[in-house]
Design a protein around this ligand. Structure first.
Ligand SMILES: *[C@@H]1O[C@H](CO)[C@@H](O)[C@H](O)[C@H]1NC(C)=O
Ligand SMILES: *[C@@H]1O[C@H](CO)[C@@H](O)[C@H](O)[C@H]1NC(C)=O
Ligand SMILES: *[C@@H]1O[C@H](CO)[C@@H](O)[C@H](O)[C@H]1NC(C)=O
Ligand SMILES: *[C@@H]1O[C@H](CO)[C@@H](O)[C@H](O)[C@H]1NC(C)=O
Ligand SMILES: *[C@@H]1O[C@H](CO)[C@@H](O)[C@H](O)[C@H]1NC(C)=O
Ligand SMILES: *[C@@H]1O[C@H](CO)[C@@H](O)[C@H](O)[C@H]1NC(C)=O
Ligand SMILES: *[C@@H]1O[C@H](CO)[C@@H](O)[C@H](O)[C@H]1NC(C)=O
Ligand SMILES: *[C@@H]1O[C@H](CO)[C@@H](O)[C@H](O)[C@H]1NC(C)=O
Ligand SMILES: *[C@@H]1O[C@H](CO)[C@@H](O)[C@H](O)[C@H]1NC(C)=O
Ligand SMILES: *[C@@H]1O[C@H](CO)[C@@H](O)[C@H](O)[C@H]1NC(C)=O
Length: 400
């Protein structure tokens, strides 16, 4: 009797769990409906392209707030995000002053009191070292760094809201380093690996080194990033365990470089990535190569201001932090194996996106757990019915 009760309960638990997983899936799929309207303009206020590079402005307008994305190749490539509490805030550029690159305030977001938060990330240097002993220990044998502020950058090629710039240095003829900015108006995933999850409050920057002539056969690369975050700099890196799914196979971690008032308060802005780069433009799993990061270090504010025209123009005083991301671990193939390397980051305001179980994983879990539970349920029901039948027959037995 008690066994039958347990079995019956097991059956109902099965139904409960099964419907729980089903509702979870619809919850994960349908929860986010927040959207922004995107408007793109190149070199706001100018008819002809300015000398020295382009300034792309993407306005992402919400109900009563706006996220301004400014992407600039005057100097080192830089992306500035400004969040305002008005849906009609605007960007104003004083071009003669902006191009002189010696004063702050030549790029303004108006009205100035609508600004809630701003952050910027600058790709300052590309470093290359000769890993003769294949230890991937980037402490020896650095070649002179490539200063990205001294590169010649192509005009922005733009198919809104996606923009690409490529840069070359006088020291090499073939190959380039390219940056692709994608701004999003709604939640979704990047099209290529690592398929980062994004929200309407973030943008994605993909950087790739295509055909750069390595200066040694054992060359490996590092990228130096610098960031500012208004009153709250990006000064802390968190690494957390994530789930392995079909979007980024075999990568279990997410790294985020964040700005927050203090450890317990909300995150205001972030640069987020998965610690993986790819050695081909159409990668397979074998082309993945892990990456590592150094701790954020305070940087010179003057150097940062001179390296990027956009930072110089917008910020008056800076508290920059910088870190290096190195590509490849000991034993991994060197850059010369494919002469290609790509890496992707998400830059945004507010809380960074968090991966949840993908629909595929949920379906597998639902089938894997649900099917035995349905069998259990049917078995339970069958035992209940049998027991009832047996009970009712045994009830009559004493009469015999
Ligand atoms: C923001 O927009 C929503 C809907 O458009 C409105 O209900 C709300 O009052 C607005 N909030 C502010 C602070 O203006
Ligand atoms: C900025 O540079 C321009 C010309 O390059 C010069 O006329 C101006 O005086 C400079 N301003 C400052 C504040 O240095
Ligand atoms: C926007 O925020 C500022 C303070 O940062 C406040 O003075 C202003 O009233 C706010 N505007 C709206 C429309 O909420
Ligand atoms: C490589 O290994 C050799 C022999 O172990 C050592 O002498 C040399 O210093 C190493 N070079 C680097 C850059 O680590
Ligand atoms: C890069 O440009 C800066 C400023 O124009 C200059 O001071 C520096 O020497 C240049 N670096 C290289 C490696 O050319
Ligand atoms: C540059 O590319 C051309 C054609 O793709 C090739 O013939 C040449 O050898 C390359 N030069 C170097 C230095 O790799
Ligand atoms: C994006 O920002 C808006 C406005 O600050 C906020 O209401 C919304 O919840 C944010 N969405 C996400 C996914 O963080
Ligand atoms: C890259 O360099 C290594 C080390 O010298 C060499 O063994 C290998 O053949 C090179 N790979 C290619 C594709 O050139
Ligand atoms: C952290 O910041 C919040 C405001 O975001 C503040 O209320 C709290 O007191 C701060 N905590 C510490 C330890 O400073
Ligand atoms: C990146 O690495 C190079 C070479 O070790 C070093 O000179 C530079 O200071 C590092 N940058 C940061 C931000 O740690």
């Amino acid at each position: 009797m008690s066994e039958a009760v347990i079995r019956c309960r097991g059956g109902f638990l099965g139904i409960f769990l099964f419907s729980f997983f089903c509702s979870c899936e619809s919850f994960f799929r349908g929860a986010e409906t927040f959207e922004r309207e995107l408007k793109v303009e190149l070199n706001p206020g100018l008819r002809l392209p300015p000398p020295g590079g382009d300034l792309l402005h993407v306005r992402a307008v919400g109900n009563n707030d706006t996220l301004h994305y400014l992407f600039c190749s005057h100097g080192a490539p830089a992306l500035l995000l400004v969040h305002t509490n008005s849906s009609s805030s605007d960007v104003q550029v004083n071009w003669p002053l902006f191009l002189a690159r010696n004063t702050s305030g030549s790029l303004k977001v108006t009205p100035e009191n609508s600004i809630q938060y701003s952050t910027a990330v600058i790709f300052s240097r590309l470093l290359e070292y000769d890993d003769v002993n294949n230890t991937a220990d980037p402490n020896f044998d650095f070649f002179p760094p490539y200063e990205l502020q001294n590169f010649t950058w192509s005009r922005v090629t733009q198919s809104s809201p996606i923009a690409v710039i490529c840069g070359t240095d006088a020291t090499f003829t073939n190959g380039s380093i390219c940056f692709k900015l994608s701004v999003f108006g709604s939640e979704g995933r990047g099209q290529s690996w690592p398929h980062l999850l994004h929200s309407a409050n973030s943008s994605q920057l993909e950087v790739w080194l295509d055909g750069l002539p390595p200066r040694a056969t054992h060359s490996r690369f590092l990228l130096e990033l610098q960031a500012v975050g208004g009153d709250y700099p990006l000064n802390r890196v968190e690494v957390y365990q994530s789930i392995d799914d079909e979007f980024t196979p075999s990568i279990f971690k997410v790294t985020q470089w964040i700005s927050a008032q203090n450890k317990s308060s909300d995150i205001l802005g972030f640069v987020q990535w998965k610690p993986v780069a790819y050695r081909r433009s159409n990668p397979t799993l074998e082309d993945a190569t892990p990456c590592r990061h150094s701790d954020p270090q305070p940087q010179s504010s003057e150097e940062m201001a001179t390296s990027s025209g956009l930072i110089q123009a917008f910020y008056s005083d800076l508290e920059p932090f910088g870190l290096n991301v190195s590509f490849g671990l000991a034993g991994d193939p060197f850059y010369n194996s494919t002469n290609f390397l790509s890496w992707t980051v998400l830059v945004g305001v507010g809380f960074p996106p968090v991966d949840s179980f993908s629909p595929l994983v949920i379906t597998i879990m639902a089938v894997g757990l649900g099917a035995p539970l349905i069998l259990l349920l049917l078995g339970g029901l069958w035992v209940c019915i049998r027991k009832r039948a047996v009970d009712s027959t045994t009830n009559y037995e004493p009469i015999n």
